[in-house]
Design a binder for this molecule. Structure first.
Ligand code: GLN
Length: 305
């Protein structure tokens, strides 16, 4: 397996040259566009990896999956989906117009920024710091990595320049979708996006989801089976923004990308996969990471569809 992963990484390295690292969060522009790595963690506890699988990156939108799990655990699906819908989008991940024109009362899904800001606002905690502590603690548990933490340079950079997210959040406050202090909710959102991880960490989150909410390494159930099912379904239909349909056709498994270059994949009943390549395509997905996933999906016949 390691050999197969190495071959796939080498075959796709040239794709890193065809994308661009994100620059709209200034700190992310410092990423090395040549990086490319993959890790696989099976539900039978085997770990494989190749390429730059030990390089840390900020998980960015992958954190939306973690926030959704906690929001569902804290509130149940009725409350969560009364405030954020579960429909795919054809719009960009930070679209404001879809919020105003499609359904003014509810963001389309929890995987776009507006929806994710709502799910973050639904996580229990007496203030923002308690919420982010719970998010970090949960992330450490589902990655089996006590060292998971926030990259404060990326956090500061996003907080200073996140005007569009601020616009989304204040709009949602004005129409009552967000309750409580908007800046505090945004602070949680910016911090969760700036959580740092490696492909290996991400693969373990995928393995837990693939294993229906049970940590493969110790048998502990961290989320109910139904929550795992909802999260995987929303990843499959909405996880790659306006490229989700194409991802489902070409790769055929639940996935979630982030502008830091990571992609989290859960292959039901088989494995989790984490890939990382910070050079992005025009929709904000890792360009080479996507190609790596296409190859591994073909080689191991991963598509569930
Ligand atoms: N922190 C980023 C933002 O809100 C996350 C977006 C992404 O990863 N697509 O803009």
């Amino acid at each position: 397996m390691n050999k197969l992963l190495e071959t796939i990484i080498e075959n796709n390295r040239e794709w890193t040259q065809k994308g661009k690292v994100a620059t709209y969060i200034p700190e992310l522009s410092k990423a090395n566009p040549n990086h490319l790595g993959i890790a696989v963690y099976t539900i039978d506890n085997e770990e494989f990896c190749a390429g730059d699988c030990n390089v840390k990156f900020t998980i960015q939108s992958i954190s939306k999956v973690i926030a959704l799990m906690l929001a569902l655990l804290d509130n149940g699906k009725e409350i969560v989906f009364s405030k954020v819908d579960m429909e795919p989008t054809a719009d960009t991940f930070n679209s404001i117009s879809s919020l105003e024109t499609r359904n003014p009362n509810k963001p389309l899904n929890p995987m776009i920024n507006s929806g994710a800001i709502v799910t973050s606002s639904l996580i229990n905690g007496k203030n923002g710091s308690e919420v982010i502590e719970r998010l970090l603690k949960f992330t450490r548990k589902i990655t089996n990595n006590p060292n998971i933490d926030i990259n404060y340079n990326v956090y500061k950079s996003e907080k200073e320049t996140g005007h569009r997210n601020r616009a989304l959040a204040y709009y949602m406050k004005s129409i009552g979708i967000i309750e409580g202090d908007v800046e505090e909710v945004l602070d949680v959102y910016f911090k969760q996006c700036s959580i740092e991880a490696t492909c290996k960490d991400i693969a373990k989150i995928g393995a837990m989801l693939a294993n229906d909410g049970v940590l493969p390494w110790n048998g502990e159930r961290v989320i109910p089976r139904q929550v795992a099912r909802i999260v995987k379904t929303i990843m499959l239909t909405c996880g790659m923004y306006d490229a989700s349909g194409e991802f489902a056709v070409k790769i055929g498994v639940p996935g979630k990308s982030g502008v830091g270059g990571g992609i989290l994949v859960a292959v039901p009943s088989r494995m989790g996969i984490g890939v990382f390549g910070p050079a992005l395509d025009s929709k904000g997905n890792s360009i080479a990471g996507w190609k790596v996933l296409e190859d591994i999906s073909k080689e191991l016949d991963l598509s569930i569809l």
